[in-house]
Write a protein that binds this ligand. Structure first.
Ligand SMILES: Cc1cc2nc3c(=O)[nH]c(=O)nc-3n(C[C@H](O)[C@H](O)[C@H](O)COP(=O)(O)OP(=O)(O)OC[C@H]3O[C@@H](n4cnc5c(N)ncnc54)[C@H](O)[C@@H]3O)c2cc1C
Length: 466
């Protein structure tokens, strides 16, 4: 048993179906995913040790000094993402990279945030040396978005008291994907807080079992049937709301308390943003490759690749993968040294991330278009194939897809696009990195070549150019 699995019983308060779950690894909502994470962690000590780790910890804890370091990180992310169809989006590398980024840039951040340098150094070393898993929760509960940037709402996580030992906080944060499985929770603030909202402007990194912290899970999409639901059986990473009931956060773990500028500085820190987005773009490639592969298999098995629009759909999916790969490569090769850390270019990572929100939706639509009713042309189990010799023939398809292979492919495709887990992923890819509407608008607002486009547009109007 891994150390991690033992740590799942550290007293963290995971709520599911009205119960406090004490034996997470045995509970039906979590056990398949626990198996998956354990398998991935075992890869770190087995055959993949060199590719996945640096000095005993996962490569997401490495502070990159060169392009080569970034490529090593990329490889480590890709190995885990490929092992899970890109479905386990929050296997900690993302949030670990936020912590690594803050640590790597600690001197610059420490110059403006009191005590930051010493605190992040201690926290990072503890997380790295113990190879801890983490997640991040940044959003307020969805209650009153029109006022949530000017007022303090009773649901928002806020400081209610400062004591000698630390800050006492009350309220909630969301969405904490993977929270039941992780050791540490990074609590930060997604939006810039106003002066009137100082109580909300906090950043801390806490153990998941801190007294007063409750992990309230959504309905599980896990299945016990790995044949029928190959993805849901193994990869429901779970999403949760974190509720803080007057939890005392010791000062050592409080990076920012009631300071809107400092909280925003951490949320937008260029090193943490670049390193964490680097991971999300690598993971996106695995996911889009899975979509393309499934669509390709469906098209071949139904023998529809001769139709022009099907080729168009497949070409589009392949171009998506090529585009994101090219953006990743460009981001790495145009990376820069920032306070001694080699970080990928955020412009191209941002482009990839924004495109990903649209690409995934297109990918799901392509699987619907190509798969059509074939997605449901499957018996409930493989046993039906044995009922009558002819039935094997009926459920077989083109290109060497015998009845078993075809049934398994269609079930995989349906789990991707039609199951509860599949629907959750469509929502995830659209929103995980923020609201796509505002992300696109921010991209426009912050694009470095805005002025050049404007000058070009106005130059057309100049008399000498007419
Ligand atoms: C499956 C899933 C997993 C996630 N995992 C994580 C995680 O692990 N950690 C984490 O921190 N976050 C996570 N997120 C949350 C993610 O950060 C948010 O979904 C995202 O920031 C958008 O916020 P929201 O969902 O509260 O939408 P809202 O902000 O409530 O938006 C709802 C609607 O109102 C519109 N709207 C709201 N406010 C405005 C405004 N000011 N201007 C214009 N339009 C507005 C939006 O466009 C949208 O149409 C996850 C989300 C999902 C769906």
């Amino acid at each position: 048993m891994t150390d991690w699995k033992k740590r799942l019983q550290d007293g963290r308060r995971v709520w599911y179906g009205g119960e406090l779950v004490t034996r997470i690894a045995e509970h039906h909502a979590f056990r398949g995913t626990v198996q998956t994470i354990e398998k991935l962690l075992n890869m770190q000590t087995g055959a993949w040790k060199r590719e996945l780790t640096h000095e005993g910890a996962h490569l997401s804890f490495l502070v990159p000094a060169s392009l080569e370091d970034l490529r090593r990180k990329e490889k480590a992310y890709k190995i885990w993402a490929d092992a899970t169809f890109g479905m386990m989006s929050r296997l900690s590398e993302y949030s670990r990279e936020i912590e690594t980024g803050w640590y790597a840039n600690r001197k610059a951040l420490g110059a403006v945030i009191p005590h930051f340098e010493a605190k992040i150094e201690r926290i990072y070393r503890n997380s790295r040396d113990r190879d801890l898993l983490s997640t991040v929760a940044a959003q307020d509960l969805q209650r009153n978005r029109s006022r949530s940037n000017v007022e303090v709402d009773a649901g928002q996580l806020r400081v209610v008291k400062k004591t000698e030992e630390g800050v006492i906080v009350r309220g909630a944060k969301t969405v904490a994907t993977a929270a039941p499985y992780v050791d540490e929770l990074i609590i930060t603030s997604f939006h810039k807080r106003s002066e009137a909202q100082r109580a909300l402007a906090n950043v801390f990194i806490i153990p998941a079992n801190l007294p007063g912290v409750h992990i309230v899970c959504r309905e599980s999409f896990a299945s016990d049937d790995a044949v029928h639901d190959p993805l849901s059986a193994l990869y429901d990473e779970m999403d949760a709301v974190l509720i803080f009931e007057d939890a005392l956060i010791p000062w050592d773990l409080v990076l920012v308390a009631e300071d809107p500028d400092a909280a925003w500085k951490l949320h937008t820190d260029p090193v943490a943003v670049a390193l964490s987005q680097h991971q999300t773009v690598v993971r996106l490639i695995s996911k889009l490759q899975s979509v393309a592969a499934i669509a390709y298999g469906l098209a071949k098995s139904a023998d529809v690749t001769g139709f022009l629009h099907v080729r168009n759909e497949l070409a589009n999916l392949i171009m998506q993968v090529e585009t994101i790969e090219a953006l990743l490569r460009t981001a790495q090769h145009t990376g820069e040294r920032h306070n001694g850390v080699f970080i990928p270019n955020r412009l191209y990572l941002g482009t990839a991330r924004n495109l990903g929100a649209r690409y995934y939706a297109e990918g799901i639509a392509a699987i619907h278009q190509i798969g059509a009713s074939g997605l449901l042309q499957t018996p409930a189990s493989l046993e039906e194939l044995e009922v009558h010799p002819e039935w094997r023939e009926y459920f077989a398809a083109s290109e060497g897809f015998n009845s078993t292979k075809r049934t398994l492919l269609n079930k995989l495709a349906w789990d991707f696009v039609g199951s509860s887990l599949g629907a959750r992923h469509a929502l995830y890819e659209r929103f995980y990195s923020g609201d796509p509407v505002r992300n696109f608008a921010n991209y426009y607002n912050q694009h470095p070549r805005q002025q050049a486009y404007m000058e070009f547009a106005t130059s057309i109007l100049r008399e000498e150019n007419r």
